[in-house]
Design a protein around this ligand. Sequence first.
Ligand code: SAM
Length: 291
Amino acid sequence: MAQVWTIQKLLDWMVSRFTEEKIDSPRLSAELILSSVLQMERIQLYMYFDKEVQRPQLDKLHSLVKRCLQNEPVQYLTGRCEFYSLSLKVSPACLIPRPETELLVERAIEFLRGRKGRQYVCDLCTGCGCIAVAVAKNFPDAKVIATDICDKALSVAAENVAKYNLSGQIELLQGDLFKPIISQLDVKEFDLIVCNPPYVSGAEYEKLDAKVKNYEPSLALDGGVDGLDVYRRIAAEAEGHLKKDGAIMLEIGYLQGQQVKKLLEDSGCFGPIKIEKDFSNNDRIITTIRV
Ligand SMILES: C[S@@+](CC[C@H](N)C(=O)[O-])C[C@H]1O[C@@H](n2cnc3c(N)ncnc32)[C@H](O)[C@@H]1O
């Protein structure tokens, strides 16, 4: 007689396989994959523990479990990622948003709430649009222009913008950093520029965890030989796009604080520069105001 696979049995099997193969967070990974295949919320798995899962879904699950055992990130398997309490679409064309980046969003929203009227925000290197969407959703007076060089990543961002009904607040432009922004047509000067650029150096890239290196796009990670290519350009180009008293907020690699600070100082147009640590006590965010 064919084996009956219930939700509970499948979860137990997946957790034990993921544990054996040392997959990160075996229980959570199992729940995310199974709930995605069954198109249920995770909590519903527990409400329907004894429900039998049918063959087409078992086949789909089997193929995802296989990919998970090869270390493919769960977010690419399910096509979803949680960020700043939002459920966002992701694809292998974009970086999986990291919890550290939520700190950048937090600071951006705090800054915007301290100002009056409509606020113009530029999100460079938007990827799946996580920063733009989180800022626009939490600050309705923000008008965000978000750019990315990768059109496939921007298609994902467009789906996230549509999902949260933010097309009136967010404009997505394909191109190299500030280049697709035509001042006369779009926004002349921004109140806030945010960016989580590719910042991995050549030496670090070689040592990246296989899960990151083999699956996440190099375009989202590779910041040039010393990892600072995009910061150099932002430091040189931001002045032309930022209001006086506008802010710039950048995510940085944990060893890059002093170098990025110097780049911003050398540009000669910013006030005091603050480096903030993340919840792991690593330097993570650099912020300053144009003077
Ligand atoms: C580290 S990811 C950040 C994605 C997203 N903002 C986040 O925080 O998760 C960097 C993004 O920069 C984009 N990118 C790389 N070089 C770029 C450039 N010169 N101009 C615009 N975007 C670029 C990549 O396609 C990628 O989506």
